[in-house]
Design a protein around this ligand. Structure first.
Ligand code: PEP
Ligand code: MG
Length: 759
């Protein structure tokens, strides 16, 4: 390859072209030309693997006969190209015709080429095609050539996978732009609807400077845009009003004030009169404010910078709308699709129209996922390949169980899903009838079920009769919605609400568990490995002022109710527990000195860092109960990031190692005489719940929507059978075998319908 052509440069250009092209066929044509030039070779061709006909089809070439495109196809294993696909390895031949696998395709005219270098294009273990260069005279492509083509193939794989999925690369057997995307299942349920793509936030930094031709017009449209944003914010606030607390709603008030006449708008108007068009004037003013706010030595004001920027973007978004259409109307069954979906965006869609959520970023534990689960909205996040602009208005089917989005589904698929949804609906109605019955097995064993909370959801009243308490109140959720650390009074009110709603049942409140993927907008934590970094109790012990306020608020809230339990997240060391207990005792003492006598609550440790498994005795000496965070325990035992869609297949709480750790924990806790529960997602998984019951856990805490299935399963499976199931399962060696066995047993027990649908 020509040494003067910087490989990265060529690579970058090709990827950019392929990515940015409207028409992928044209982009491929450019790609083969660029590669041919960079490698100074005669031929560059691309063969696409068509899974339906199981053949490699020549899709693009420079050098071979162009008439051969779309006509020449080979089976995997056939000819040299097929051989590359079969072995999934590069093949570099100086004299291709001498190779036993060489096959001559007259249509291509390739007999003239003696040298051959082919590399497979593989995306997530799937072979998508083969990239080939050829040369007439005998040439040994050198190591650098090979490296270049392999790198090119690896880079192209993602782009091609995307193009194939969206139908933008026309394959003979793909039609009508149907496509299916996979992501991380974040909230169960299925929905048929229309994709509504949320536009990415307008970019204040890319607004050009223009001199206005009509100053009054610019001012008028600025006012209109501001008015629109005010209306949007008001409507969003109203929609969320009965779902979030008054404190959380206060944020919307702050926005309104900032948009008020006296503030931003006057300054922007002045700037327009000075000779800037509306978008430019807005960008100037917002930039100035943000810069100022970011520099001041006051936390509260610094936090305002993000708000000003956000509001500025929203106003700019309206200014940039071409035809100033009225604010978005949502179709009856809206599937909201975006790069990232925020809680505020969620509030913009009327609940009765919101059928599903999809986003490119995000994870099963991101804030929006937790919100979606609490609200019962099917959600798939982490759909990294999603072609946002092309989805707008497309009919879609969303499968929140399997993490799929079908774009422009066939009638057949649509009706298949319509019947699945009807079945699920019917099942929900049937299960609803037994929701007030005890979670008791046929052999008389009561398995206490608890609920995970974090939001002021309206169903609390009916929930109380159905659970034994709150097994996990994630306090970080209210912290995420406010725009600064909530104060002691504010927190006390929030916690009192929660404790009162469930009293006299116990409420396990977890101290702030931020870090990892849970960032507070006003307390960003930037780290290379956030899940192994400053997280949970590590953060709060470093900020005793934050933890003390929280502990004091919890204690005050529980006064007279005394149903508070405190749970410490992300504990790794016994020291951390000692430190936290010292702060708790100090908070109790301080309150006492202030005249508020509080009862010392029970304190528990979350078992989610594998180290705690080996220090249970020491932890038991210090605390009253254990709660297993199976979500994190799984990620740390398996070393699989729970939010990374690339390794989502490896993340499985039913991995034999996780199950055997859980079984051991249940046994050890019993030996130590400490109650132990599970509050991770596994507790809400029907089969998982049966296993945990069989292992001897004292309580299972889950999202409210999981309760019906789990209760139904417990009411139909004896403790004895669950214990046998545990023994059988612990003898298996792979997650697949475990899942398979669970499905088999549940099917034998006629309970397969209670399992979340999977492939
Ligand atoms: C867990 O890790 O299982 C857990 C319940 O906590 P979170 O999901 O909030 O990290
Ligand atoms: Mg956790």
């Amino acid at each position: 390859m020509e040494s003067k052509t910087p490989m990265l440069e060529v690579l970058r250009r090709v990827i950019q072209e392929v990515n940015g092209a409207r028409n992928l066929d044209a982009a491929l044509a450019t790609m083969v030309r660029r590669i041919r030039k960079a490698m100074r070779t005669d031929v560059c061709s691309f063969y696409l693997y068509d899974g339906d006909i199981e053949e490699l089809v020549l899709m693009e070439t420079i050098g071979l006969h162009s008439q051969a495109v779309g006509r020449v196809s080979l089976r995997v294993g056939e000819g040299l190209v097929g051989f590359v696909a079969e072995r999934e390895e590069p093949l570099n031949l100086e004299d291709a015709t001498a190779h036993p696998r060489f096959r001559y395709f007259a249509a291509t005219g390739e007999e003239r080429y003696s040298s051959f270098l082919g590399v497979p294009i593989i995306h997530q273990r799937r072979m998508l095609g083969v990239l080939v260069v050829q040369q007439a005279e005998k040439r040994r492509y050198d190591e650098e050539d090979e490296a270049f083509l392999v790198t090119m193939g690896a880079q192209l794989a993602g782009v091609l996978a995307h193009a194939l999925a969206t139908g933008s690369l026309s394959r003979p057997s793909l039609s009508g732009g149907q496509a299916v995307f996979t992501g991380v299942a974040a909230s169960p349920g299925m929905a048929i609807g229309e994709a509504v793509v949320i536009a990415p936030p307008a970019d204040l930094n890319s607004v050009p400077d223009l001199i206005p031709t009509d100053v009054e017009y610019e001012i008028a449209r600025l006012k209109e845009a501001i008015q629109r944003v005010r209306e949007e914010i008001r409507a969003a606030g109203e929609r969320l009003a009965n779902r979030i607390s008054a404190q959380e709603l206060a944020l919307f008030e702050v926005y309104q004030q900032m948009l008020g006449e006296a503030a931003l708008s006057q300054e922007v108007e002045k700037r327009i009169r000075e000779g800037q068009w509306a978008p430019g004037a807005l960008a100037d003013v917002v930039r100035r404010h943000v810069q100022y706010l970011e520099r001041v030595d006051d936390d509260y004001l610094r936090e305002r910078a993000a708000d000003v920027r956000d509001l500025g973007r929203r106003v700019l978004g309206h200014l940039q709308e071409e035809n100033h259409q009225a604010s978005q109307t949502y179709p009856e069954s809206t599937i909201l699709v975006g790069d990232e979906i925020s809680a505020a965006t969620l509030g913009e869609v009327p609940r009765e129209r919101l059928a599903g959520l999809v986003s490119v970023r995000g994870s099963s534990t991101s804030h929006v996922a937790i919100l979606a689960r609490a609200m019962g909205i099917p959600t798939v996040l982490g759909m990294v390949d999603l072609p946002l602009p092309r989805l707008s208005g497309a009919p879609v089917v969303l499968d929140g169980h399997r993490g799929r989005l079908f774009v422009r589904p066939t009638d057949e698929l649509r009706s298949h899903y319509a019947s699945l949804i009807a079945e699920e609906q019917a099942l929900a109605e049937v299960l609803e009838h037994e929701q007030d019955l005890p979670s008791e097995t046929p052999d008389g064993y009561t398995m206490p079920l608890m609920v995970n909370t974090g939001l002021a959801i309206d169903t609390v009243a009916s929930l109380k009769k159905r659970v034994s308490g709150v097994g996990l109140y994630r306090t970080e959720v209210p912290f995420m919605i406010t725009e600064r650390f909530p104060g002691e009074q504010e927190q006390t009110r929030l916690y009192r609400d929660q404790l009162e709603s469930f009293a006299p049942l116990p409420v396990v409140m977890r101290t702030l568990d931020i870090g990892g993927d849970k960032d507070l907008p006003y307390f960003p934590i930037e780290e290379a490995n956030p899940f192994l970094g400053w997280r949970g109790i590590r953060v709060t012990l470093d900020h005793p002022e934050v933890l003390m306020v929280q502990l004091r608020a919890m204690l005050r809230a529980s006064q007279g109710l005394d149903n508070l339990h405190i749970l410490l997240p992300m504990v790794t060391n016994v020291d951390e527990v000692d430190d936290a207990l010292r702060l708790l005792d100090r908070a109790i003492r301080e309150l006492g000195e202030e005249g508020t006598t509080v009862v010392r609550p029970k304190v528990g440790v979350m078992l989610e860092v594998p180290a705690t498994l080996y220090q249970l005795d020491a932890l038991a000496e210090r605390t009253d109960f254990f709660s297993v965070g199976s979500n994190d325990l799984t990620q740390y035992l398996l070393a699989v990031d729970r939010n990374n869609p690339r390794v989502a297949d490896l993340y499985d709480a039913c991995h034999p190692a996780v199950l055997s750790a859980l079984a051991r924990l249940a046994k050890d806790a019993k030996r130590l005489g400490k109650p132990i529960s599970v509050c991770g997602e596994l507790a809400g998984d029907t089969a998982g719940a049966l296993l945990l019951m069989g292992m001897g856990f004292d309580a299972l805490s889950m999202n409210a929507p999981s309760l019906p299935r789990v209760r139904a399963a417990i009411r139909r499976v004896s403790l004895d059978a669950a214990q046998t199931l545990v023994q059988e399962t612990l003898a298996l060696n792979t997650p697949g075998a475990v899942r398979g066995h669970l499905v088999t047993r549940l099917s034998e027990w006629q309970l397969a319908h209670l399992l979340p649908p999977r492939d």
